[in-house]
Design a protein around this ligand. Structure first.
Ligand code: F6R
Length: 607
């Protein structure tokens, strides 16, 4: 969750570290710090607050000319948001930064206390600095290996030893760490966005191997001290893709990128005959043939995409599909075997719970296929098969374009699956593909509702509770609408199956309570209309979302959001746009930080 950057080379480290931290801030943003090798030893500057606060503080120091250092932007896990708890942490000769959680830190702390070592912060990270210092006798790699043997949990560390100027050591377990080399020096970071300005070629540090960065080389060694050559990866987008391009917020830019990202996700998987094909990603048809059960597991928005995927897969395949929240899945003793296909979905490819679910599925013999946005991420590397969402970098904490790219992959997967199993014909597959492609202009048109939705949201600025209701495929969409609104506008909201309201929740619908009624499914439209009338009769402020115009008396709602007409099963794409805009403008009207909502971070690499 935290952002990590390390650099050693010929340029001023302070500038590189601060730039890197600014790019990484979306990963965690409650405090930040940097340490550099300076003439008089290692110097550390930290600040509680944003990277901008840290940058301002560094202006007080005119003598920071070091060309090697490490930087960190924090998302607090152990210990409050204070300067003291910010990273880097120094103990004795060791200065380090950390992303992850050390689960056995308290036991280690007690053991270290017996040797007279006590922390000054409340963090698990400082305990590791203490442990390393206690093990260090001049050989950094030996100390790191000995420390790693005692650590339980997820971690990515960048470590400097006062004895070894301008050298950075790195180690990771589960948490991501990427490294690259350019003519300016060597770099390490928790996310490629911090590296891309220097090189498009990088590698992911393999788990439990140690990288040693000097000004002109990176050496990776394994536990036998043998030099390892990691597999190089290439990033296809450039630095401008991770910039705002004139939009006031990354989230708005990313919402507007969706016609392109859906197209980039769909197009390479469609043959010239117009059917879906996964030859390029080397997903063999055999994996679809013998499956008798599908489990989709993911977290948050990615899980919500899975809920839509379930509807499509079950509709066309008639195979049972379960959707499980990854953080619950592995503790539920799930039933899996060789005939189970487990689909994990993750934008970052680093979500700790989703990764753990994937590992469990593999250990039980299931076939694993992941839908991932970040190439080279841990989930990407550990899955049997991968289908990439071509969404490009998603910087806003609230996921938008990744969601519709995940939907695109799930629809494509459904069509290939159904084709291979013979539950649809080639002709039907072509028709489905054509309809899917036609969703792109519909999404473009949905984006023109921008201003209308902005106006609607001015009515929500003072609301504290809101309900989303829907039926059929609109119900999982309600979940997505609800999470988006909650996470950035801080309006409490609930997603409800419209037919379920009268079994309890209707008691909360009183005068002026906003209800977003998603009514895009003709099959259940009359039932949905009855539910809208029920809430209206209790005074609800109704925002009605429909698939094209529907017949309903204007007194049944306050504001309509009329989506461009698509086949009913494709409305998740257009409705998602409306729901994203609804969350976005609600946040803007309430004056909160759109891209970096409180308490959240982009990649959840801790459980
Ligand atoms: C919500 C959101 C989160 C993520 C979830 C999974 O807008 O972004 O709910 O969807 O944390 O993250 P990934 O997809 O990276 O595994």
């Amino acid at each position: 969750m935290c952002g990590i950057i390390g650099y050693t080379g010929s340029l001023k480290a302070k500038n590189i570290l601060l730039e890197g931290l600014t790019a990484l801030e979306y990963r965690g943003y409650d405090s930040a710090g940097i340490s550099m090798f300076e003439k008089d030893g290692i110097r550390t500057i930290k600040a509680a607050g944003k990277v901008a606060d840290l940058a301002k503080k560094t202006e007080e120091y005119q003598d920071l000319n070091g060309t090697s250092g490490i930087g960190h932007t924090r998302w607090a896990t152990h210990g409050g948001v204070t300067e003291c708890n910010s990273h880097p942490h120094t103990y004795g000769k060791v200065t380090l930064i950390h992303n992850g959680i050390i689960e056995n830190y308290h036991e280690l702390e007690l053991e270290l206390a017996a040797t007279g070592r006590y922390p000054v912060s409340q963090t698990d990270t400082e305990i590791v600095a203490m442990l390393l210092d206690s093990l260090y006798t001049g050989n950094a790699i030996a100390a790191i290996k000995a420390a790693a043997a005692q650590l339980d949990g997820a971690y990515a560390f960048c470590i400097m030893f006062a004895d070894e100027p301008e050298v950075i050591y790195c180690l990771r377990n589960a948490s991501p760490l990427l490294a690259c080399k350019s003519k300016e020096g060597t770099f390490v970071a928790s996310d490629v966005v911090a590296l891309i300005g220097y090189s498009k070629d990088y590698f992911a540090l393999p788990e439990q191997q140690i990288a040693r960065l000097t000004k002109d080389s990176i050496t990776v060694t394994n536990d036998m001290d043998e030099v390892v050559i990691p597999k190089m990866l290439h990033v296809s987008w450039d630095i401008t893709a991770a910039q705002k391009k004139g939009y006031p917020h990354f989230m708005l830019k990313e919402i507007h990128e969706q016609p392109d990202t859906i197209l980039s996700t769909i197009l390479p998987r469609i043959t010239k005959e117009g059917i879906v094909d996964f030859t390029v990603e080397q997903i063999p048809d055999t994996i679809f043939k013998d499956v008798n059960r599908i489990i989709i597991t993911a977290c948050g928005t990615a899980m919500h995409a899975g809920l839509i995927g379930r509807v499509m897969l079950e509709k066309l395949l008639r195979i049972p599909v379960e959707v499980e929240i990854a953080s619950e899945f592995r503790y539920m003793d799930p039933i899996m075997d060789h005939y189970t296909l487990v689909i994990t979905i993750s934008q970052s490819g680093e979500t700790a719970d989703t990764l753990a679910a994937l590992r469990l599925a593999k250990s039980e013999g299931a076939t694993t296929l992941s839908i991932v946005n970040v190439k080279g991420s841990t989930i990407d590397r550990e899955s049997d098969y991968v289908l990439y969402t071509q969404a490009g970098p998603e910087i806003a904490v609230a996921s938008t374009k990744a969601y519709t790219a995940q939907l695109s992959c799930l629809y494509l997967l459904t069509y290939r699956f159904a084709l291979v199993r013979g539950t649809i014909t080639t002709q039907q597959c072509k028709e489905y593909v054509t309809e899917l492609r036609n969703v792109i202009p519909a999404v473009k048109e949905a984006l023109t509702l921008n201003k209308h939705i902005d106006d609607i949201c001015s009515n929500l600025a003072d609301k504290e509770d809101l309900f989303f209701i829907g039926r059929g495929i609109d119900y999982p969409l309600c979940w997505e609408g609800s999470i988006k609104l909650k996470e950035i506008s801080y309006i409490h909201s609930e997603a409800y199956a419209a037919g379920e309201l009268k079994h309890g929740t209707l008691s909360l619908i009183t005068d002026g309570v906003p209800v977003v009624a998603i009514a895009t499914q003709s099959k259940v439209l009359t039932k949905m209309i009855s539910n809208i009338r029920e809430v209206r009769a209790r005074g609800a402020f109704v925002i009605l979302i429909t698939n094209g115009e529907i017949e309903l008396e204007a007194s049944a709602y306050d504001y309509p959001i009329v989506l461009p007409k698509t086949p009913d099963y494709l409305t998740p794409f257009t409705a998602a746009v409306a729901l994203q805009l609804l969350a976005y403008y609600s946040c803007v009207h309430r004056g909160y930080d759109v891209d970096q909502p409180r308490n959240l971070a982009k990649a959840v690499t801790v459980e």
